[in-house]
Design a protein around this ligand. Structure first.
Ligand SMILES: Nc1nc2c(ncn2[C@@H]2O[C@H](COP(=O)(O)OP(=O)(O)OP(=O)(O)O)[C@@H](O)[C@H]2O)c(=O)[nH]1
Ligand SMILES: [Mg+2]
Length: 218
């Protein structure tokens, strides 16, 4: 019974997400769905990304949190269009929430849409939002065992941002072990080592985003 209900919910979400994916294709908008544990650095990465890309690309951000507009307020300070979804309890965004949020934007004037999902490594992994790429952020202080323990999101991600790389020396994080597990789960995944606060890897990451936008609009 529980399995049936879950299948129906996911089926409905997948149909809605397919519709959104078609809209994004028609409008030539490259869309990423940023997923991580709470505090891995998603919003800080987005702030650093906005600083670098806002004059080159027409970008917008949709924030997902259980409650508060704090993350959207942080993005708004960079002069980038942003809308905050408050899920009031739900541990992930779904396609219906995204569809409603999209009505706040003029989709004819966007190249790149970045969705920051609710901080959670499990639930957001299975809810398609019509995105081109799921991006998982693994931060160094979380520990090198996370890809092996939470394989679902690491398997579905196109890119893994290994964030807070500035803390590598003091953390005891075994990078070889984490990357070994990651490659076993997802041999195709692209890894960028980043420090959102210090700036490491941000240019490589932003160049990748620019290439994806160009490819989508070709
Ligand atoms: N040392 C270091 N700290 C970072 C880095 N990136 C983010 N932080 C810090 O990590 C903390 C959490 O960052 P956020 O960007 O709010 O994390 P988040 O993933 O958006 O958190 P939620 O939205 O609550 O899930 C803040 O204190 C950031 O300053 C980094 O690369 N290095
Ligand atoms: Mg955040």
């Amino acid at each position: 019974m529980e399995i049936e209900v879950r299948k129906n919910v996911l089926g409905k979400n997948d149909r809605l997400a397919a519709g959104l994916r078609q809209i994004f294709a028609d409008k030539g908008i490259f869309v990423i769905n940023l997923i991580s544990s709470p505090g891995a650095g998603k919003t800080t990465l987005l702030e650093a990304t906005c600083t670098r890309l806002k004059d080159e690309l027409r970008l917008a951000v949709i924030e997902g949190d259980i409650t508060t507009t704090r993350d959207a307020d942080r993005i708004a300070r960079h002069g980038v269009p942003v809308y905050q979804i408050e899920t009031h309890g739900a541990c992930h965004l779904d396609a219906k929430m995204l569809e409603e949020a999209l009505s706040r934007f003029n989709l004819d004037e966007l190249d790149l849409l970045i969705i920051e999902n609710v901080g959670n490594l499990v639930c957001p992994a299975t809810f398609d939002l019509g995105e081109d790429a799921k991006i998982v952020v693994l931060s160094i202080p979380e520990g090198d065992d996370k890809p092996a323990k939470y394989p679902g999101i690491f398997q579905r991600a196109k890119v893994c941002l290994l964030n807070k790389i500035d803390l590598l020396e003091v953390s005891g994080f075994n990078k070889e072990s984490a990357l070994g597990d990651l490659r076993e789960i997802n041999p195709e995944v692209i890894v960028f080592e980043t420090s959102a606060t210090r700036g490491d890897g941000m240019d490589v990451w932003c160049n990748w985003l620019k290439e994806q936008v160009a490819a989508k609009q070709r």
